[in-house]
Design a binder for this molecule. Structure first.
Ligand code: GLA
Length: 390
């Protein structure tokens, strides 16, 4: 399947529909700055050239009909635009339905329904934000078809609201922001406290960004993710008994060390420590990239993984095995888990001439340690959510 065929497929699945328009939104990989977004810190993701595509057309009645070629078992999902509700049976379709719902909550009114056919080449359940790419594909399609004229940053917030309040995953803004705002050959340094952002050219001088998929599905991630978030928020509350701060991302390492005893639970203290140190590492990493110091960037990636393993405890056996295998290889500048954790992917910086050996050796070591066969993708940074015109 290729996305230009999607309009054709649309006509087969929705024969009586209006002529569709084609939209897409990318997945993302986060280079550094993990579990910092909802802690008011910085993240450093880039959008990928893996996308969710959607062929979509308006309907004159209030019906919504959704179909995905990636989730054919779910079949056609139908909903009434005036009665949108989360339902586990709707499976993947809860993401686009949540986008309709979040748009309505902002007072936007739809003068009809829509037919939408989705297909994507994003690896699913790999921690590369397949769900955010579905949300943003839906959001950019609806924004265009219904003429709402919302800016891309607003579409990102709508995607996040759909996921938080309709789907029930309490994620931060990173994934939706990267999917909405991605720029070819650039990473995005985003301050999640203010949503101020800068594009950083990814000029990697003979180094590849390699994504190593553990192929361990990251199920159960929602409950553990929401738990980490609650622990960080509680730690912040205790710090606020003395400090005038709104988020952990406002603290320097020194300020944290001087005040950490305010956090009574040692586990919550570790969670907060990660959030503070990871934020500072992210700022430093962006500086190092701008200076062309990829060696230093790679070391910060390694430190990030260790902190996510020991203090935030979101890695698990497979991600650790993959990162450890990567660290041993020649030509590797750094490697760390990326995304929410508990399975999913490791991102590594590898010198081009060592990429082939890297893949062979890491695959062997990783498979011996876990029994899972990994996949590797060379990442290239792509553009954000948009309409595709012929
Ligand atoms: C998931 C969430 C993001 C972010 C990362 C961890 O991808 O959707 O908001 O919190 O985990 O950095």
């Amino acid at each position: 399947m290729k996305h230009p065929e999607l309009k054709q497929k649309f006509n087969e699945i929705f024969p009586a529909a209006q002529a569709p328009r084609l939209f897409c939104a990318p997945a993302r990989v986060n280079l550094i700055g993990e579990h910092t977004d909802y802690n008011g810190g910085h993240v450093f993701p880039c959008a990928l050239t893996f996308n969710t595509y959607v062929a979509a057309a308006k309907r004159t009645d209030g019906k919504i009909r959704l179909y995905s070629l990636n989730f054919e078992k779910t079949g056609l999902v139908e909903a009434d635009i005036n009665h949108l509700a989360h339902d586990p049976k709707q499976d993947w379709a809860n993401y686009p339905l949540g986008v309709f719902w979040a748009m309505q909550r902002r007072g936007l009114s739809f003068d009809g329904g829509a037919d939408m056919l989705f297909w994507g080449d994003v690896p699913l359940g790999a921690g590369l934000s397949s769900s955010a790419s579905i949300e943003l594909a839906a959001a950019v399609a609806l924004n265009t078809l219904f003429g709402f004229g919302l800016p891309q940053t607003e579409l990102a917030k709508i995607g996040q609201e759909a996921e938080n309040k309709f789907v029930g995953m309490n994620c931060g803004i990173m994934d939706q922001f990267a999917s909405a705002m991605g720029k070819k050959d650039h990473a995005i340094l985003l301050d999640c406290n203010t949503l101020h952002y800068e594009y950083a050219p990814l000029d990697l001088q003979g180094v590849s960004i390699l994504i190593c998929n553990t192929n361990k599905p990251h199920n159960l991630i929602e409950s553990k993710y929401n738990e980490r978030r609650a622990q960080s928020e509680h730690a912040l509350k205790q710090l606020q008994s003395k400090l005038n701060i709104n988020a952990l991302g406002e603290l320097t390492e020194e300020a944290f060390e001087q005040n950490k005893e305010l956090i009574t639970d040692p586990v919550e203290r570790k969670r907060a420590k990660h959030a503070v140190y990871e934020n500072r590492r992210t700022l430093l990493a962006a500086q190092k990239l701008a200076q062309g110091d990829l060696e230093a960037f790679g070391k910060l990636m390694n430190a990030s993984h260790i902190s996510l393993r020991d203090d935030y405890e979101v890695t698990g056996k497979e991600l650790d095995a993959m990162a450890e295998a990567a660290w041993q290889q020649e030509g590797v500048l750094g490697a760390r888990m990326t995304g929410g954790g508990f399975g999913g992917c490791v991102v590594a910086l590898v010198k081009n001439e060592h990429v082939e050996n890297f893949k062979q050796n890491v695959a062997r070591l990783y498979q011996a340690a876990t029994g899972y066969r990994p996949d590797f993708y060379a990442a290239s940074a792509g553009d954000g959510a948009r309409e595709l015109k012929d």
